[in-house]
Design a protein around this ligand. Sequence first.
Ligand code: PLP
Length: 428
Amino acid sequence: MTTNSELQARKDAATPRGVGVMCNFYAARAENAELWDIEGRRFIDFAAGIAVVNTGHRHPKIVAAMREQLDRFTHTAYQIVPYESYVTLAEKINARAPGDHPKKTAFFTTGAEAVENAVKIARAATGRPGLIAFSGGFHGRTLMGMALTGKVAPYKLGFGPFPSDVFHAPFPNPLHGVSTADSLRAVETLFKADVDPKRVAAIIFEPVQGEGGFYPAPAEFVRGLRKICDEHGILLIADEVQTGFARTGKLFAMQHYDVTPDLMTIAKSLAGGMPLSGVVGRAEIMDAAAPGGLGGTYAGNPMAVAAAHAVLDVIDEEQLCERATKLGDKLKAKLTSLQHDVPQIADVRGPGAMVAVEFLKAGTREPDTEFTKKVQARALERGLLLLVCGVYGNVVRFLFPLTIQDAVFDEALGLLEEVLKESVGIAA
Ligand SMILES: Cc1ncc(COP(=O)(O)O)c(C=O)c1O
């Protein structure tokens, strides 16, 4: 039998270090919220493939939908020979994305590709080049994705120059001293200091910053962005790649706001583990790109589209939005109850199940990166897979499948409590 350490040595020899890998064990199989490595060790998966399997690993309905598609055809290239399932999925997304206006959807493969295409569409629709994004934001690893991303290490290191006409303003973050008013004022300052608003095509933001630290965008901020956009003819793009598909307790996080974006990017949990992304938006804006300007060989692959149809059904049938809120509330209550024993817990936040805990050095405003690493490492030793995020690497984000069984969820909360207590030297 091949061991984890043998594979680790082969991996180091065969693949570049730039593809950073968090775990030193190798997946053998996975089921709902559990994962087993090649040596038979079990893990509870609170990473969900970075927010991709909100519907769990290998959901039987999703597997069945893919099997059914596998027996018919796996690829024709939608732009060459189209298929009905792509059109039906677009109709479903159009009907369910925020706003009553006519909408259209185009499918792609990755989140970064969705972002690239949202930018292309916004530029084609407005005839303007400029883009405004936010510090701490993450929009992918392509050149434009990196340009828009507001986190230097590790994403931008050594990869410039980036596309021009991209400007950043600070994202609201009260814990670190940035108010909503500060952020909105900073956007207005860009118009005085850096770019004529008439040259700005779009403002792109995440309704809850993902990679940047799970900071939810305050309602006033989102309203403020909409107002700025309306005043200057700028398009508002909500990047819902990480927030979408029931994670926040709604199908899309923008449904928590009384603001409608012009364009929205979707990916990750859209297709339950298959690579599929999309841009959905106002029909007339979506039609701005000339025929042939959008697409890609694999864009809207039929296997991934089949999975996405099943994902939407599972979200409805298993009421995963409600379940996200229920499980998220339970997790937040557990973390809050531990604040007394674990003084590093400075903030517990997030809508629905898009929950995070931020650690600061006890009694200070200083990020506690070391403590966060310790918690993550100890959790992993005990079989609980946790992800870290935040510009300072001091936030643990929780991304468990929303289909997780109650018993497995409770087991994970028990492990989390033990790990947090151990990390401050309290015997659990
Ligand atoms: C908000 C957001 N946008 C874009 C991306 C990029 O998606 P992908 O990694 O599929 O290219 C991510 C990935 O984490 C994301 O969280």
